[in-house]
Write a protein that binds this ligand. Sequence first.
Ligand SMILES: C[S@@+](CC[C@H](N)C(=O)[O-])C[C@H]1O[C@@H](n2cnc3c(N)ncnc32)[C@H](O)[C@@H]1O
Length: 275
Amino acid sequence: MSEDSADRIVRFYREADEASRLGTGWFQLEHARTQEVILRYLPPAPGTIIDAGGGSGVYACWLAARGYQVHLIDPVPKHVERARAASCEQPDPPLASAEIGDARHLPHADHSADAVLFLGPLYHLVEREDRIACLREAYRVLRPGGLVWGVGISHFASLLDSLAHGFFDDPQFAPILDRDLEDGQHRNPTGNPLYFTDAFFHRPGELAREVQAAGFQILEVLPIEGPGWLARDFHRLWADPIQRERLLTAVRELEREPSVLGASSHIMAIGLKRS
Ligand SMILES: C[S@@+](CC[C@H](N)C(=O)[O-])C[C@H]1O[C@@H](n2cnc3c(N)ncnc32)[C@H](O)[C@@H]1O
């Protein structure tokens, strides 16, 4: 990854409120579904989990509270500080560690982890070779039988987001969208934080191929939000327990329908390091 890209990502997150994101709007669906899919495969505690790109520690602290030894790394100093603060607020048990770092160079020993989470690095690393390097690091640190959860952003996310949320006709967004659809390389020269920062948006299938290229056996590739993030009246639906459950059930059922994988904002691949 070019230094420019890394710098822009750090600058973006310095301004963004990543710590509260998962508690707002459709990100609540992302949060609930990510937890659900992590728990589907995670072996029972205790075990060691590396959350690389763990941000401010929402998932890492949740997993530590469930009895796992969780190590978080993230390149954004503000995120690591927040993760440490959140860890201090749940001292029993806290995170095992929270350090500044890069998913391409995990500071962990070979065969030392049961699970690795990449809920961020695989879309922020814009070059394929960097994403593969990061996945190979997961392979190195995992014990045989260990698992990686890798999240990508859909190639079609900008198109769907702009249509559903009213900025398709913003002339500043048009060239961003054109490039996203052309080669998946998302760049935002506008300074508008709504339009995110440097990222690569995977086509359905591409993410799984990268996970396989690093040596993993693919267990599952699935939508995190399905089309639920595009709901016209998300707040109302999510606030109603019956509608919320209907939405979650519908998304779960779409896990078996690969033709709509690209309609999800996030796609998750789960890979196994064979024994
Ligand atoms: C949208 S946030 C997601 C945070 C958290 N994992 C979550 O799912 O809520 C993306 C995260 O990826 C991190 N990131 C970006 N490039 C990275 C890299 N090369 N290595 C590790 N983390 C990276 C960012 O700093 C940020 O915290």
